[in-house]
Design a protein around this ligand. Structure first.
Ligand code: PMV
Length: 313
C-alpha cells in the first residue's frame, strides 16, 4: 500500500505580522522545527491510530474535500509547539496538502501546495494571510509585497480584496533566539481583535501602515546586513503591535529581558501568548535572560528547506 511521508517547517516573522493580513509587506524565515506526517489510504479517517472526526480537524477536512474526499489515516508528530506563533497549523496544512496531493497523483508545485494550505487555514480561521503557508512550503526566507528582482518572485496569492506577491529572499547570516511564553494563543481571535480595532478606530490604520513602512525599511537593513538598524526596527514593531493590542505581559517581559543583550526583540506571529524573537550576537545571554523570566528559549537555525514529500510503495 502506498504510503506518503511529508514534512514542513515552522517559521518566525522578522517584521510585518498582522499588517500583512491587510496586504502590507512582511518578512518571514523558516526554522528547523518541523511538522512530520505519514499518510495512507484507509477505510476511515484516523489520526495516530485512532478514529477521528474530520469536522474537528478543519484544515484536513478542507484539503480532503478539495482532493476527491479520499479517506486516509494519518500518523503525525510536530516539533513546533501549537499556538506558539511559529506557524504550526500552517506547517500541518502544507505537509497534509502535499501528502494528499501525492496520494491523489496531483501536482506538488510549491505554489499550488502553498495556495491550497492557505485556503485550508482560511477555511479554519476565517481570516489571515498566505505568509505562514508560503514560508512553510518554500522554506528558507520569503518576503510579501516587497519590490525586488523579478527573478525572486515565487508566486502571487489573492483573496477577497487583497493580493500578496511572494518573493524569496536571501536568508541573512544573523542569529535569532526564540522565547516561548508557554502560553498557547490561537491565531484567529487575535486577527479578529485587530480587525475590530481597525474598524472602530481610525488611528489603527495608521499603525498598520506604519508597520508596513517599518517592514520596508527592515528589508533594506536585511539587504545591507545592518543588524543595528534591523534590531531597532524590530523593537519599534513590537511597540506598534502592542498598540494594536496583540502583546501581553508575558511577551513584554521576555522582550524586555532580551533587549540588554540583543539588537532588538519583538513578539512573533499572532501574539497574545506564543513567542518573541530576538536578534542578537549574544545568543546564550539572551537564552539565560528569557529562561530567568520563565520563558522557554531556543536558538533557531534558519536557511532550512521547505516542504518535503517522499513515497513508499
Ligand atoms: O501565530 P501564527 O504563527 O499563526 O502567525 C500569524 C501571523 C498573522 O500575521 C498574525 C496572521 C496571518 O495570517 O498572517
Amino acid at each position: 500500500m502506498t504510503e506518503i511521508s511529508a514534512s514542513a517547517p515552522g517559521k518566525f516573522v522578522i517584521l510585518g505580522e498582522h499588517a500583512v493580513v491587510y496586504g502590507k509587506p512582511a518578512i518571514a524565515l523558516a526554522i528547523d522545527r518541523r511538522f512530520y506526517m505519514t499518510v495512507k489510504r484507509d477505510d476511515e479517517f484516523k489520526i495516530n491510530g485512532e478514529a477521528a472526526d474530520l469536522k474537528a480537524n478543519p484544515h484536513m477536512r478542507y484539503i480532503i474535500g478539495r482532493n476527491d474526499m479520499i479517506s486516509v489515516s494519518v500518523q503525525m508528530d510536530s516539533k513546533i509547539p501549537t499556538g506558539s506563533g511559529l506557524g504550526s497549523s500552517a506547517a500541518l496544512s502544507v505537509a497534509f496538502s502535499a501528502a494528499i496531493r501525492a496520494l491523489s497523483g496531483k501536482s506538488l508545485k510549491e505554489a499550488e501546495v502553498a495556495e491550497e494550505a492557505f485556503e485550508a487555514e482560511y477555511f479554519s480561521q476565517g481570516r489571515g494571510s498566505p505568509m505562514d503557508t508560503s514560508a512553510s512550503a518554500h522554506g528558507h526566507g520569503i518576503a510579501l509585497n516587497v519590490s525586488g528582482k523579478e527573478d525572486d518572485r515565487l508566486w502571487d496569492i489573492s483573496k477577497n480584496e487583497h493580493t500578496w506577491n511572494i518573493s524569496k529572499i536571501e536568508v541573512p547570516a544573523m542569529t535569532f533566539v526564540i522565547g516561548y511564553t508557554g502560553i498557547r494563543a490561537a491565531t484567529g481571535p487575535l486577527v479578529e481583535k485587530v480587525r475590530k480595532y481597525k474598524d472602530s478606530n481610525r488611528f489603527a490604520l495608521d499603525i498598520i501602515n506604519e508597520i508596513g513602512q517599518i517592514t520596508l525599511e527592515g528589508m533594506d537593513a536585511l539587504r545591507t546586513n545592518n543588524v543595528v538598524e534591523l534590531g531597532e526596527l524590530m523593537t519599534k514593531d513590537h511597540k506598534l503591535l502592542s498598540i494594536l493590542g496583540v502583546s501581553s505581559n508575558e511577551l513584554n517581559k521576555l522582550v524586555n529581558a532580551s533587549l540588554p543583550y540583543a539588537y532588538g526583540a519583538k513578539l512573533t506571529g499572532a501574539g497574545g501568548g506564543g513567542s518573541i524573537v530576538a536578534l542578537t550576537d549574544q545568543p546564550n545571554k539572551v537564552c539565560d535572560a528569557i529562561a530567568s523570566r520563565g520563558g522557554v528559549p531556543f536558538i533557531v537555525k534558519t536557511g532550512v528547506e521547505g516542504m518535503n514529500v517522499s513515497k513508499k510503495e
